[in-house]
Design a protein around this ligand. Structure first.
Ligand code: AHR
Length: 634
């Protein structure tokens, strides 16, 4: 992300900091670092993103589909989010039909019965979208639907404003006979941006029409068909992540074994994806299927961290290690083959058929999710069985365990932390003394949970403090992913409080914690420099890293205290340090301060220059601030 637009805030922030500094006269502490003392390498995959279908992250979120319950599978009897538009024919009705859908995967359809024809205000069905259908001026929308009918005739597809009933875009398609797919485009006029709209499919003739898979997409990121929302993808790209952990989280496990994430049901044509209930209390369209997750990685140029279902679902349902588990292991092996196999393999060939002949690079596979919840204690056996089976075919893969194991040493262990800011401050040295001969650590889910729906600045402080601890130990902590990533802020959109990025159907915003991620992720380098802090400064946290190629030293300083704090920087081992240093600062007046959908830019990073940097200089951090100083050294 370009920070230039934020420079306008710089002078104000610095003025505030300077005023506060004069009034508080903080006692300086000294942060000493010696560039010759390299503690270890910063993991090149330290910062990434974790994702699952929660809080309408995909449906009603990143996945750009605008039609909600597009296949009518969300409820057996009730066409949720659909309404009848009687128009000039008040006897028109609609109902879920169980007799035959357009495919074996989609047995339900919506039956529209039109006893009286009217071409003027034709009766039809309407969808409310995910809290509205957004429309922007002069924009092309790409849509399709499946239909069969007992009376051939035209279907008019329109976007209609809820308040004015004005038609904002419209087109017509002729339908006839048995199930077929019909494609259409809608182009909006000059009407202003709005979300309070619905999509209508109206039938111009007497008779019955069965509908299924009614889809409408706005322009997507990189113009992908069945793709993602550009604004959200741009926000994710600005985080400069190195990996994407998917598909969960609890979403991988499901409440019950038969509600797990079954990857084979999420690939291929949308009409062949049965959709499924998710543990987060809404139905998943599975438009974001396995290949779409991989495209997401490709678009951000990052690697997948693939979590495979490993025989445990959240209502204490588990599959006994041994022969019972073999089919699940086989499924995971097929999944890995789908991701990485050449087109000469069965599942590599399927991937090619689905549109992507080239295999994807895969290094990490996670076996299950949070298996410490499995009270049966079966995880030792399940992990061991997966480990043996996967390593036999893919010895190069690193296999992540979801909890520490007693009977074997996994390659990597996934630790999760959902905490208050204070808990993170108090535990910032968590990884300092962990045995380096044990498994590597993946902090696969973590967040300070203060603020709703998105974290406030106090959370950003807790996060930043915790990140300094992970960075200092990133020889051990090889990956970390904040969670959850996304939340639809509409009423009913959130199932888990405190999510990094918020949105409605039109716009999105980053929380203060999001900006802390953007700052940290983009400024790491490859060397961990040993550093120490002398003096007393409660709630001051730091990390020092360096790029061995450019010589840039990244000082990260977090002042979580309510008063400013001066820090004397003492940098040894650099023959020269440029006088001009870049300063990136995120600060707020109170920990409760935050961003929101209506005030997205309250707290954003501000870039400025320190003109008097050297190997020994004093810098004052404002109260409640997260700062990065980039020192150019040779
Ligand atoms: O991130 C929300 C949930 O927290 C995840 O689904 C689960 O893994 C954890 O308990």
């Amino acid at each position: 992300m370009n920070f230039n637009f934020r420079k306008q805030f710089a002078s104000l922030t610095l003025l505030f900091a300077a005023t506060a500094a004069i009034s508080q006269s903080p006692q300086p502490v000294t942060l000493s670092a010696d560039l010759h003392q390299v503690k270890g390498s910063v993991s090149p995959t330290l910062y990434g993103i974790m994702t699952e279908e929660i809080n309408f992250s995909y449906d009603g979120g990143l996945y750009a589909e605008l039609v909600r319950n597009r296949t009518f599978q969300d409820n057996n009897n009730n066409p949720q989010h659909w309404f009848i538009h009687e128009g000039a024919a008040p006897d028109a009705t609609m109902q879920i039909d169980h007799t035959a859908g357009p495919s074996a995967a989609l047995p339900l359809s919506l039956k529209l019965t039109v006893p009286t024809a009217s071409t003027k205000d034709a009766p039809g069905i309407e969808n409310e979208g995910f809290w509205g259908i957004p429309i922007r001026p002069k924009t092309k929308y790409t849509g399709s639907f499946y239909a069969k009918t007992d009376s051939a005739g035209p279907i008019t597809i329109s976007i209609v404003n809820n308040e004015s009933a004005k038609v904002l875009a419209s087109t017509q398609t002729a339908i006839s006979g048995d199930w077929k797919k019909y494609d259409f485009t809608l182009t909006s006029g000059v009407a202003p941006v709005s979300a309070n709209n619905r999509i209508r499919l109206a039938a111009g003739k007497t008779g019955t029409v069965w509908f299924s898979l009614i889809s409408l997409f706005p322009p997507t990121y990189h113009d992908r068909v069945n793709g993602n929302r550009p604004d959200l993808m741009e926000k994710l790209a600005a985080m400069k992540p190195t990996f994407l952990r998917f598909p969960g989280g609890n979403y991988l496990e499901g409440d019950h074994i038969n509600e797990r994430y079954e990857w084979k049901k999420t690939i291929g044509s949308l009409v062949d994806r049965p959709t499924h209930p998710s543990p987060w209390r809404y139905h998943s369209s599975d438009g974001m299927g396995l290949l779409e997750f991989l495209y997401w990685c490709e678009d951000l140029k990052i690697q997948p961290v693939l979590a495979v279902y490993a025989g445990y679902s959240m209502r204490q349902e588990f599959v006994k290690p041994g022969p019972d588990l073999d089919p699940y292991l086989a499924d995971a092996l097929d999944e890995i083959e789908y991701v990485t196999g050449s087109t000469a393999t069965k599942w590599g060939a399927q991937r090619a058929k689905d549109g992507h002949p080239a295999p994807f690079k895969l290094t990490y596979v996670e076996i299950g999710n949070e298996d410490w919840f499995d009270k049966s204690g079966s995880y030792e056996g399940r992990y061991a069985q997966y480990y043996k089976g996967i390593k036999a075919k893919y010895p190069e893969l690193q296999l992540i365990a979801t909890m520490p194991l007693k009977e074997m040493k996994p390659d990597v262990v996934d630790d999760h932390y959902y905490r208050t800011a204070k808990q993170f401050y108090d535990d910032v040295h968590h990884y300092d003394n962990i045995d380096r001969n044990g498994p590597k650590i993946f902090v696969g889910e973590w967040a300070t949970r203060e603020g709703t729906p998105t974290p406030n600045f106090g959370s950003a402080l807790g996060d930043a403090a915790w990140m300094t601890g992970m960075e200092k130990n990133s020889d051990l902590v090889i990956m970390a992913g904040y969670a959850p990533l996304l939340v639809n802020v509409n009423p009913g959109g959130m199932q888990w409080e405190t999510d990094l990025i918020g949105y409605d159907v039109l716009t999105s915003y980053g929380s203060p914690a999001y900006y802390a991620q953007v700052m940290f992720d983009g400024h790491v380098g490859d060397q961990i420099i040993t550093a120490k802090l002398d003096g007393t400064a409660p709630r001051l946290f730091y990390s020092v890293t360096r790029s061995s190629t450019s010589g840039t030293v990244y000082l990260k300083l977090v002042n979580a205290a309510s008063s400013p704090q001066s820090v004397t920087i003492d940098l040894q081992g650099a023959p020269t340090v440029s006088k001009a240093a870049k300063l990136i600062s995120l600060s707020a007046k109170t920990p409760a301060a935050t961003n929101s959908i209506t005030a997205p830019n309250n707290i954003v990073p501000v870039e400025s220059t320190i003109a008097t940097a050297s190997s020994h200089f004093t810098h004052t951090l404002p109260a409640y601030s997260i700062q990065i100083i980039e020192l150019k050294t040779k």
